[in-house]
Design a protein around this ligand. Sequence first.
Ligand code: AMP
Length: 535
Amino acid sequence: MDKQLNIADILEYAAQYNTDAEIVTRQVEGGIHRYGYRDALDRSKQLANALTKLGVVEGDRIGTLAWNTYRHFEIYYAVSGMGAVTHTINPRLFAEQIVYIVNHADDQVIFVDLTFVPLLEAVKDQIKGVKAFVIMTDAAHMPQCNLPNVICYEDLIAQESKDYTWPEFDEKTAAGLCYTSGTTGNPKGVMYSHRSTILHALSSCRSSALDLGPMSRVLPVVPMFHVCAWGIPYAAPIAGASIVFPGAGMDGASLYELIDDEKATSLLGVPTVWLGLLNYIDSINGHLDTVDSVVIGGSAAPRSMMEKFSEKYGVFPIHAWGMTEMSPMGSLCAMTPYLDSADKEVRMKIQAKQGRAVFGVEMRIVDDNDQPLPNDGKTFGKLMVRGPWIASGYYKNDDRSAFRDGWFDTGDVSTIDPLGYMQIVDRSKDVIKSGGEWISSIELENYAVGHDDVVEACVVGIAHPKWDERPLLLVIKKDGASCTKEDIIAYLSDKVAKWWIPDDVVFVDSLPHTATGKLLKTEVRAQYENHYLNE
Ligand code: AMP
């Protein structure tokens, strides 16, 4: 049958069959909220009715500036299910970027968590196209604010009917919009369809991917404002899993409490979040007894982090790679019989890679003329991908340079080994070109953070009179640590080739990051551009 896929069908299904699953939220207002998929469906339908009355029609973009909570989850389903587009806005963007994307997306309504109301108040005069601001709270917690046309979320839906018939439309209809912020230029919009979102969710919940099922209690620390929390709000209800939403509590102590109280089994997040969690657990002699797996992605997972998860806390680390343009799932390192029986050194080497493509994603590496390169695990090339949940262009943007011959150029440089394991070497603009050879800044950073005194490391290629570029290592030391430049270099010397060793190590108090938590290397390079030239 030619039945079209609609995101709302996921919640209809979960409400009917996944009746003992829970959605638990650490509320922005304080306290824990819990309910099931049936309640979420009812309230999504109330919201769809309310939005219809507000004049929202198919195709309208509806913004959200919000944490991972049950209300945000309801918006995902109500907005997309009625044929409008859920546009998640990253509150960590600069104010001028937020203004740009709200206007570029032409958001009609914006849903906002209490935390982010001041952010919108500061720019309200520059986003005049927004017809209403819905504050995601109840009447008792409504703040004083100077936004125009303010509505309280609970008041908005309170009187609405729980009956709503989801409209039928083409599955290629837009359902979600997320802007990706590069290091230069304006953010670029990536539009997800009902079809792409559901196919992505079906593929990612399987046991050879995120391994979600009715016994899972999945805690997505990755934000719903950045690539839909890696699709968990769609994958979990399909799998029958319970979801534990951390709200605004992303620090180690808050996460630990939630994991422990709610018996979370699967965690997903970026390395910096796990660093905070692991430091906290170490400091209180805690445990992760309920947790089976932790997905580490968004940036390379350092080996030291994976060792700690698996050896000290008995948690299987799943190293995953993807990007906004890929919904985001591209590849991951799932458990296999080979990995299970391999000795530690072999297993760690494989798990340090970004893994094998999930079903639905094709990958290849190519040279500068887009000619395929061998999958020998050694040859570096531009990583190209294609598949049904990969973007074919940017929203209202003519730049098609990354879309060539039916493939998308990820901007990453990687190797692929004969078993299909892909390893990111670098972003193509971050790879260090020294004397005609390439050095991976990521690999150097991963080794550097393995040193006991190092909290965070950043390696950039800096212009050098003889070698074109040479690596420079910037390090944030742990409080009270006394290591020297020579100690760090000695530590690296048996881990990488001699010519990869950074020519200098600079100790810094902080490092610049993008809105999605990635090192802002353009800024670091600009600051140190003459470092080796002045020697
Ligand atoms: P974003 O679109 O903001 O999610 O960023 C996507 C980019 O993050 C990718 O193109 C990679 O450069 C980087 N990235 C994501 N996951 C990993 C990973 N596991 N290891 C290294 N880099 C990663």
